[in-house]
Ligand binder design. Structure first.
Ligand code: NAP
Length: 283
């Protein structure tokens, strides 16, 4: 089984490689220097060279605030990239696994979003990711689109690392307490994606760790787990403006994932515990 992972040096890409790196699979790993997913010729050349069975697209432009100003770059990578991969997948009968986001929603629902809920992104990153989804649905039928959220992992910057770093040089930290989601450890997202390799239950799925919290709740849990004592102040989003708007409540329901017989992911609290052991043992 030949699996091509784009963006393998990214946060999720790293954990996908760790999870899939065994004798069962022949992994083709590319970064943007080897294959730029916005360049169809690059893609076609690679696909012609290898008889690829599955593409996992872990490549994206993930700078949410940057997407508001670097619109062309964000659109090319997040919308045209998946389109190129969908076209090639259709042509060569390849299964395409693509990753999307909770930011396709406006966050006004106040209960977990299902795959059937209406999308309405409130920032440009979300718009580009939604367009990427649409291009995939239009161009290929053997696809999995996985919507996930609030990712953290060992490889790359993330909220947990930011909090721990801030605590080194501050006595108090303000964290927003009116945005809700579910922190998701890329290790468990990668393990979930592995299940799709042998599945033909194609379509759109929400996949996150289970549970929900605000960024403030999450920060509190991080410091408790790390036994770091710091004054943590809950603040409103309005007190902490960002270039791109964020949805207020974008928890994703994993019901479809479980109803289709896939393994539920563990709770975000258990996942954080495991991650923190890895993170704290580095020092
Ligand atoms: N991070 C989150 O909280 C979050 C939440 C929901 C959904 N997601 C989605 O989950 C997926 C993985 O996210 P992540 O956080 O692991 O992303 P990441 O760490 O930013 O990794 C993305 C990778 O894509 C590469 N890349 C960028 N442009 C490329 C191009 N034109 N061709 C090929 N590769 C390119 C990047 O390389 P360079 O670094 O060299 O540019 C990077 O290695 C993405 O689809 C993202 O939209 C993420």
């Amino acid at each position: 089984m030949k699996i091509w992972i784009t963006g393998y040096k990214g946060m999720l890409g790293h954990d996908l490689v760790k999870t899939l790196n065994n004798d069962e699979y022949d992994l083709i790993l590319t970064d943007k220097n080897k294959v730029d997913i916005t360049n169809f010729n690059d893609i076609e050349e690679l696909v012609k060279e290898h008889r690829i069975n599955i593409i996992i697209n872990a490549a994206a432009y993930t700078d949410v605030d940057g997407s508001q100003t670097n619109k062309k770059i964000a659109y090319n990578i997040n919308a045209m990239g998946p389109k190129n991969l969908a076209i090639i997948s259709k042509e060569y009968d390849i299964k395409l696994i693509h990753i999307s986001t909770d930011y396709v929603f406006n966050g006004d629902k106040n209960k977990p979003y299902t795959e059937e809920d209406e999308t309405n992104p409130i920032n440009y990153y979300g718009e580009t990711k939604l367009q990427g989804e649409k291009f995939i649905k239009e161009n290929v039928s053997k696809y999995f689109i996985i919507r996930t959220q609030w990712l953290y992992g060992v490889n790359g910057g993330n909220f947990v690392k930011t909090m721990l770093k801030l605590a080194e040089s501050n006595n108090e930290i303000n964290v927003v307490n009116d945005q809700f989601g579910c922190p998701t450890f890329t290790k468990y997202l990668a393990i979930a994606i592995k299940e799709l390799i042998t599945s033909e239950k194609y379509g759109l799925y929400n996949v996150t760790n289970s549970g929900e919290c605000s960024w403030f709740d999450f920060a509190k849990l991080i410091f408790e787990t790390a036994s770091v004592h710091i004054d943590l102040n809950p603040v409103l989003t309005s007190q902490y403006p960002t270039i791109a708007k964020r949805p207020k409540y974008s928890v994703l329901s994993n019901k479809k994932w479980m109803d289709e017989g896939f393994t539920p992911l563990r709770s975000f609290k258990d996942s954080l515990n495991e991650y923190m052991e890895l993170e704290l043992n580095k020092y």
